[in-house]
Design a protein around this ligand. Structure first.
Ligand SMILES: [Zn+2]
Length: 420
């Protein structure tokens, strides 16, 4: 499995979750600030521009809206001052007054995100909702796939990211058809043709390296075309070894060139889905094999997974994306006694009320501090600290369903703990 998918399944999950949360929020008025800052933008420039916005906001008629906008801007500027420079992928901030318990209960919330792909343009918006479209697009365009479609007369090079197809280049070989012209001997004709095909393959490979390695960073490559030409091309020493390693599928199409690329895209959606599914199934099968052994290198369930992380023994944690579990830490304000609760989203409200209305088992008082976190986020952070990997897998696939039989969370271990 490539490093790209390993890293991104958690990042994707987090971003997806945040985008969903933010898209549900709405302000009382036009008072929610969305800010996208591209990498390399000097922070003082951003702060100056926000200061101008703060000044402009003093013209807002409604007292509440004016105060809310200006408070959000102040909070955003304060947060920016904590940065020495904008992170590598840029920074997105969403800030505004959100109700905590009906109208009038608003307090200023701030969300900051370092996105999974670089932010291209600076954007400031103040609206009655947060502008999350740019983050949403990133989820779609997370990977760029190279498409190369070949026959002996034509080759097409294209890029697929999200729903966008870009035809980068179409090369023609100028090689004449299979019929030789009069007077040429059959052998001579064959040799000439081979040499021409060889040249054409080298030319294709040079363009592929330029487009797929230098100008773009593709994560996967799909080769297509009619007949056996594509296989000949792959078998020979033409394609850059880094590109060869990225080939995930070789598929038959009726055409090469531009038409061939469109045909490949139509067929590839399913293929790419299958690739990730196969990766997930392999991972879960590996897990199942280990779990079924007496001395297997796998464990499951929250407690054992957390232990393996604490002991530095977790190689890869595998979680289904719809685990929907919240980790709620409850701390007594008097005696500091702490309990950790795991609550499913369905029973969240009910269970939280139960916990809050039950006296502290240690001092019998009833005043708590709460800290809650999405469980997959929590595990991803813990894993990061000790250098373990986390794979969030889709829940509706065969792999996801198998893992659900084990509570939806498992771990591949580095070594066996004796006497477990
Ligand atoms: Zn207590």
């Amino acid at each position: 499995m490539s490093e790209v998918t390993k890293k991104s399944s958690v990042e994707r999950y987090k971003l997806k979750k945040l985008v969903l949360e933010l898209s549900k929020k709405s302000g009382r008025g036009t008072e929610l600030v969305s800010l996208y800052i591209p990498p390399g933008k000097p922070i003082h420039e951003v702060i100056n521009s926000l200061r101008d916005e703060w000044g402009t906001a003093s013209n807002i008629k409604s007292d509440t809206t004016r105060t809310h906008v200006q408070d959000a801007l102040v909070k955003t500027m304060q947060r920016l001052k904590l940065y020495k420079k904008i992170p590598e992928n840029g920074l997105a901030i969403f800030c505004g007054a959100l109700p905590t318990n009906g109208p009038g209960s608003e307090i200023i919330f701030l969300y900051e995100v370092v996105p999974i792909r670089p932010i291209q343009n600076y954007l400031y918006r103040c609206d009655d909702h947060f502008h999350v479209e740019i983050l949403q697009d990133m989820l779609k365009e997370e990977v760029t796939i190279g498409l190369l479609t070949i026959d002996t007369s034509e080759a097409g090079l294209g890029l697929l990211s999200g729903d966008r197809i870009e035809i980068s280049e179409v090369l023609t070989s100028g090689i004449s058809g299979k019929h030789r012209s009069g007077g040429q001997s059959a052998r001579r004709f064959e040799r000439l043709r081979e040499a021409e095909v060889n040249d054409f393959f080298h030319r294709i490979a040079r363009h592929a390296a330029k487009i797929f390695l230098e100008e773009n960073k593709i994560s996967k490559l799909i080769i297509s075309g009619p007949g056996p030409t594509k296989e000949d091309f792959l078998k020979g020493e033409y394609l850059h070894y880094q590109l060869k390693a990225k080939v995930v599928a070789v598929i038959d199409t009726s055409y090469a060139g531009e038409e061939g690329i469109r045909e490949t895209v139509m067929k590839s959606e399913k293929i790419l889905e299958d690739i990730r599914m196969v990766e997930e199934i392999k991972l879960v099968q590996h897990f199942l094999r280990e779990v079924s052994k007496e001395d297997g290198l796998a464990a499951y369930g929250i407690e054992l997974v957390e232990n393996s992380l604490k002991q530095g023994n977790a190689d890869t944690v595998i979680i289904v994306e719809d685990l929907n579990l919240i980790r709620l830490k409850v701390k007594c304000k008097f005696c500091k006694n702490e309990t950790v609760n795991y609550i499913t989203l369905d029973e969240y409200i009910k269970r939280k009320q139960e916990i809050l209305s039950t006296a502290c088992i240690n001092c019998q008082k009833l005043d708590y501090e709460l800290e809650e976190e999405d469980y997959i986020n929590y595990i991803a952070e813990q894993a990061d600290l000790v250098g373990s990997k986390v794979e969030v897998i889709s829940s509706k696939t065969e792999a996801g369903l198998m893992l659900k039989n084990f509570g939806g969370i498992g771990v591949l271990l580095r070594y066996k703990v004796r006497g477990k």
